[in-house]
Design a protein around this ligand. Structure first.
Ligand code: HEM
Length: 434
């Protein structure tokens, strides 16, 4: 699909799709997982009752039932809460499998729509290797930053000049990640919002199956158009990289990815990279703006911005819940988990486990760093975590440079973290710039 707007207009303009797509509460309501409470007191209390317990997380917390994979709810559920148990569950991809995204597909086999996210080893390893080297820290700090992030943040921050007030959730946090990832994959910058809208509609409850099918077709067509172009003329983007990559899938000769495998890979990267960083950037800004001492410390000593980002991922990770499928009968922290059941990994509770962190409820960028689970751990640890870190770091640095008096706008309700258990972010971020 083409639009008449230029890439620059879509980046900094007032497209109403931003309001539609980047409202954390509305997003959760459309997915069907919105919760009207702060889940942390509930998760902390549950963690005290045992490292691993029978029941889905929502059952244990007394919240309405929801699972991204509808087929999961027909199975027996278990949840792990402590840092030790969640860390072990993430790392044990043999017993606790990622192959659960297809529970809703009648046959359970066929192409995996979520690609590497729903693969186990050795298949997972073979496919993840195809892109791993584009996502390592030095690449994030150079290729991603120099080609996309610096220029985008520059344009967005410049567009704020001359304003006294801004709403940073919509004007900044939403825009940096979606435009970074759209351009890096190799789609046209002006298509960023149209594509994201279609991508989200492929799994939204709203609109029903017909809307979902239409959205699938749009996503497929837009990616295939670019794949065909890159076959003729390779560029310096993720699609071109994927087309050139060779993989060693188990039981097969070394080969290139098929076009459909490239579609799946690109779709996952666009999906995973567009929403998470938007929400997490809002959370780290909220943490800084509501803790003026830490805000000023980070402004004076910019190395502390890295610490603030990591601490935000511990304190309030945008995804406090991930899930696994039990691939075998196991005894886990004294609880028998039968093969075929579902294991909810409550990494939100793990990240505030007092056995690992002092005063875990408090956002404290000065605390000594210890690995948290905000970007997962083990084989599926977030592929894009260094990219996300650079996007957030560059944005915060630029805000500090350009707006020394940046502060919350007291004419608006104080922002808070909201959403579901599977994705959380800020209610809004109204600020004064001057
Ligand atoms: C602050 C932002 C982000 C957070 C909090 C986050 C969180 C996570 C987590 C917790 C996982 C592990 C899932 C599991 O174990 O099942 C994951 C996986 C993944 N993330 Fe991120 N992510 C972020 C940003 C990004 C970005 C920017 C990209 C792409 C550019 C990305 C791409 C992926 C992919 C492809 C996977 C699947 C990896 C695999 O299955 O091997 N993420 N992410």
């Amino acid at each position: 699909m083409t639009t008449s707007a230029s890439a620059g207009e879509v980046l900094t303009g007032d497209d109403e799709l931003y309001d539609e797509l980047y409202d954390v509460r509305r997003e959760a309501e459309e997915v069907g997982n919105y919760i009207d409470v702060d889940p942390y007191p509930l998760m902390n209390a549950a963690r005290e009752q045992g490292a691993v317990q029978e029941g889905f997380l929502r059952q244990i917390l007394g919240l309405p039932a929801f699972h991204r994979q509808k087929g999961a709810l027909e199975r027996q559920g278990f949840t792990c809460f402590t840092f030790e148990a969640c860390d072990q569950a993430f790392r044990d991809n043999v017993n606790y499998s990622n192959n659960l995204y297809s529970l809703d597909r009648p046959s359970g086999d066929g192409p995996k729509p979520y690609g590497i996210l729903e693969m186990d080893n050795p298949e997972h390893h073979a496919f993840r290797r195809a892109v791993q080297s584009l996502f390592i820290k030095p690449k994030a700090q150079k290729w991603w930053r120099e080609n996309f992030i610096d220029a985008l943040v520059d344009d967005l921050v410049r567009a704020l000049h001359g304003q006294d007030r801004a709403e940073l959730n919509l004007q900044l946090c939403a825009r940096v990640p979606v435009h970074t990832i759209t351009r890096a994959v190799g789609l046209r910058g002006e298509d960023a919002l149209v594509f994201r809208n279609a991508l989200l509609q492929t799994s939204a409850n709203k609109g029903g199956i017909e809307t979902q099918m239409k959205a699938h077709a749009t996503v497929q067509r837009m990616l295939m158009e670019q794949i065909e172009l890159r076959h003729q003329e390779p560029g310096t983007d993720i699609i071109s990289w994927l087309l050139a990559a060779e993989i060693d899938p188990p039981g097969e000769e070394r080969r290139h990815l098929t076009d459909q495998e490239v579609v799946v890979f690109a779709r996952l990267i666009l999906l995973a990279g567009g929403g998470t960083t938007w929400r997490q950037l809002g959370i780290v800004l909220l943490a800084l703006l509501t803790n003026p001492d830490q805000y000023h410390a980070a402004r004076e000593d910019r190395k502390l911005i890295d610490a603030a980002i990591e601490e935000s991922l511990r304190w309030n990770p945008t995804n406090p819940l991930f899930t696994r499928l039990a691939a075998a009968d196991t005894e886990f922290h004294g609880v028998f988990i039968p093969k075929g059941s579902i294991l909810d990994i409550c990494l939100g509770a793990a990240n505030r486990d007092p056995a690992r962190w002092d005063n875990p409820e408090v956002f404290d960028l000065h605390r000594p760093f210890q690995q948290h689970l905000g970007t997962g751990i083990g084989a599926h640890m977030c592929l894009g975590r260094f990219v996300a870190h650079v996007e957030m770091g560059v944005t915060i640095n630029r805000l500090f440079d350009e707006f020394p008096n940046l502060r919350l706008d007291k004419d608006f309700e104080e922002p808070f973290v909201t959403g579901g258990l599977e994705q959380r972010g800020v209610s809004a971020l109204h600020v004064r710039l001057q």
